[in-house]
Design a protein around this ligand. Structure first.
Ligand code: PLP
Length: 440
C-alpha cells in the first residue's frame, strides 16, 4: 500500500517546490491549537502559523461552529446584484476598526487578488479623473505583494519571478528605509515625485515579510506617505501579513500619523480557515468611480467574491481577535520575544535580531557566500523538524510568527531551536556545491 505521501507525490505539484529534489511532504491529518498532528502521530509546533495565516490556533471550535452554521444557511450567492448578511456585517465591523478614512470594502479571494484590485483601483481612479498618464507605481526593493502578474510587477525582481520579468510592467524601486537609512529613501522618493506619471506607492507596512522580515519604523513611513499625498500620489498599505494583530496593534497602519488611501487584507482575515481577500479604500477613490456612465465602474470580480462561509469565518475570527484575551496573548508573546532578543543579540553567529509585535526574526551570520538558496537554510529547516517545529527559514533569516494561542512553554521550545541554530552556524562550513533552487 502506498503511503499518503507517496500518493501525493504521484499526482500533486506543490507551491514553491522543486518536485524532483524535495523530500516527500509530511501528511498532516489534524490541527489542535498551535500543533499539527501527522498521520504517524508526530506533533509539529506550527511556529509560522501555516504560512502566516493562522491567528487563534488550528481547529478553533468557535470558528468551526460559525462556519458550519453558515454552511447550513447559505453557502454562496453571486455578489453582483445580490448581497447577504455576513458580507455586510463584516464590512461594517472592519470599517469601525480600520483607519478612519477607509470607507469602502471590496471583496476578493486572496492576498494577490486584494493587491490586483488595489492596483486597478489606483489606475482607473486616474483614468476616470482624466489623468491616464499617471500609471507608474513605486514600491520597495525586495518587497513581495503576491504571485499574480500585477502583484509580481510591484514586487522585487527576484529569482522566483525571473522567467516573467519581460512581461512585468515597469515600476520604480525605493530602498527600504531601515533604521539609519531613512534620509536616502526620502531623497529617492522626492526625486521620483517630480515626475508627472507616478500614480501610487505600495508597501508592506513596518515589516517586509518575504524579504526576510526586514523592519522599519512608522515615523519614516508616515513621512513617505505625507510626501506622496502632497504630490497627489495614492498610497496602498498591503497588510496581508501585518493585519489582524501580528505587529502588535490590530493593523500596522494604526501606528502611522498619515493614513493610507487603500489597504489590502487576506491571510489572518479568516483566522487562517478559508481563503479570502479584501481591499478597502477612502471615499474619494470610491467616488471617482461613480457616474451615469457604466464604463467608469470597477470591472473586477471573482466567482467566489464575498463567499458567505469565508465571511462567517472572518467574523468569528474577528470576534476572537478583538477580545481582551487575544490582546493579552499578543502582549505576552511580544514580551517573551523582547527578553529572547536581548539574550541573543550581539552573540557570535548572530548578525541581527529583529522584533515587532509577535514577529521575531534572527539573522544568522554564517560568514561568506550564503544566500537564500544556501545549504544552511536546509540545515535549519531540518533541525527545526527534528525538534518537531515547523519553520521556513528565508536563507539565513529564521523567523517566528506563531499563532496567538502559543503558550510560554511552546515559545521556550522555539527559542531553544533558535539557540541550537546559532550553534549550528558556529560549526557550519558552507558546502562547495552549486546553489540549488529549493522550496522557499
Ligand atoms: C502573502 C502575501 C501576499 C499574497 O497573498 P496570497 O494570499 O498568498 O496571494 C501579498 N502581500 C503580502 C504582504 C503577503 O505577505
Amino acid at each position: 500500500m502506498p503511503t499518503l505521501s507517496e500518493r501525493d507525490h504521484a499526482v500533486l505539484w506543490h507551491p514553491y517546490t522543486q518536485m524532483q529534489t524535495a523530500p516527500l511532504p509530511i501528511p498532516i491529518i489534524r490541527g489542535e491549537g498551535s500543533w499539527l498532528v501527522a498521520e504517524d502521530g508526530t506533533r509539529y509546533l506550527d511556529a509560522i502559523s501555516s504560512w502566516w495565516v493562522n491567528l487563534h490556533g488550528h481547529g478553533h471550535p468557535h470558528i468551526a461552529e460559525r462556519v458550519s452554521e453558515q454552511l447550513r444557511t447559505l453557502e454562496h450567492v453571486l455578489f453582483a446584484g445580490f448581497t447577504h448578511p455576513a458580507a455586510v456585517e463584516l464590512a461594517e465591523q472592519l470599517l469601525t476598526l480600520l483607519p478612519a478614512n477607509q470607507a469602502r470594502v471590496f471583496y476578493s479571494d486572496n492576498g494577490s487578488t486584494a493587491v490586483e484590485v488595489a492596483l486597478k483601483m489606483v489606475l482607473q481612479y486616474f483614468h476616470n479623473q482624466g489623468q491616464p498618464e499617471r500609471r507608474t507605481f513605486i514600491c520597495f526593493q525586495n518587497s513581495y505583494h503576491g504571485d499574480t502578474f500585477g502583484a509580481m510587477a510591484v514586487s522585487a525582481r527576484g529569482a522566483f519571478t525571473e522567467p516573467f520579468w519581460p512581461l512585468l510592467f515597469d515600476v520604480e524601486f525605493l530602498d527600504v528605509p531601515v533604521p539609519g537609512h531613512e534620509a536616502e529613501t526620502l531623497a529617492q522618493l522626492d526625486t521620483l515625485l517630480l515626475r508627472p506619471d507616478v500614480a501610487g506607492f505600495i508597501f508592506e507596512p513596518l515589516v517586509l515579510g518575504t524579504a526576510g522580515m526586514v523592519m522599519y519604523e512608522p515615523e519614516v513611513l508616515s513621512e513617505l506617505l505625507r510626501r506622496c499625498h502632497q504630490a497627489g500620489v495614492l498610497c496602498i498599505s498591503d497588510e496581508v501579513m501585518t493585519g489582524f494583530g501580528r505587529t502588535g496593534p490590530l493593523f500596522a497602519s494604526e501606528l502611522l500619523t498619515e493614513q493610507p488611501d487603500i489597504m489590502c487584507f487576506s491571510k489572518g482575515l479568516t483566522g487562517g480557515t478559508l481563503a479570502m481577500g479584501l481591499t478597502t479604500c477612502a471615499a474619494p477613490i470610491y467616488e471617482a468611480f461613480l457616474s451615469h456612465d457604466k464604463m467608469r465602474a470597477l470591472f473586477h470580480g471573482h466567482s467566489y467574491t464575498a463567499n458567505p462561509v469565508a465571511c462567517a469565518a472572518a467574523l468569528a475570527s474577528l470576534e476572537l481577535t478583538r477580545a481582551d484575551e487575544c490582546t493579552q496573548q499578543r502582549r505576552r508573546i511580544e514580551a517573551a520575544h523582547t527578553v529572547f532578543r536581548q539574550e541573543l543579540a550581539g552573540k557570535p553567529g548572530v548578525r541581527a535580531v529583529r522584533h515587532r509585535g509577535t514577529i521575531l526574526a534572527v539573522e544568522y551570520d554564517p560568514g561568506e557566500g550564503t544566500s537564500y538558496f544556501s545549504r544552511l537554510r536546509d540545515a535549519f529547516y531540518q533541525l527545526a523538524l527534528d525538534h518537531h517545529v515547523v519553520l521556513r527559514p528565508l536563507g539565513n533569516v529564521v523567523y517566528l510568527l506563531p499563532p496567538y494561542c502559543t503558550t510560554n512553554e511552546e515559545l521556550d521550545l522555539l527559542y531553544a531551536v533558535l539557540r541550537r541554530m546559532r550553534e549550528l552556524v558556529l560549526d557550519f562550513t558552507p558546502a562547495p556545491n552549486l546553489p540549488e533552487i529549493l522550496h522557499d
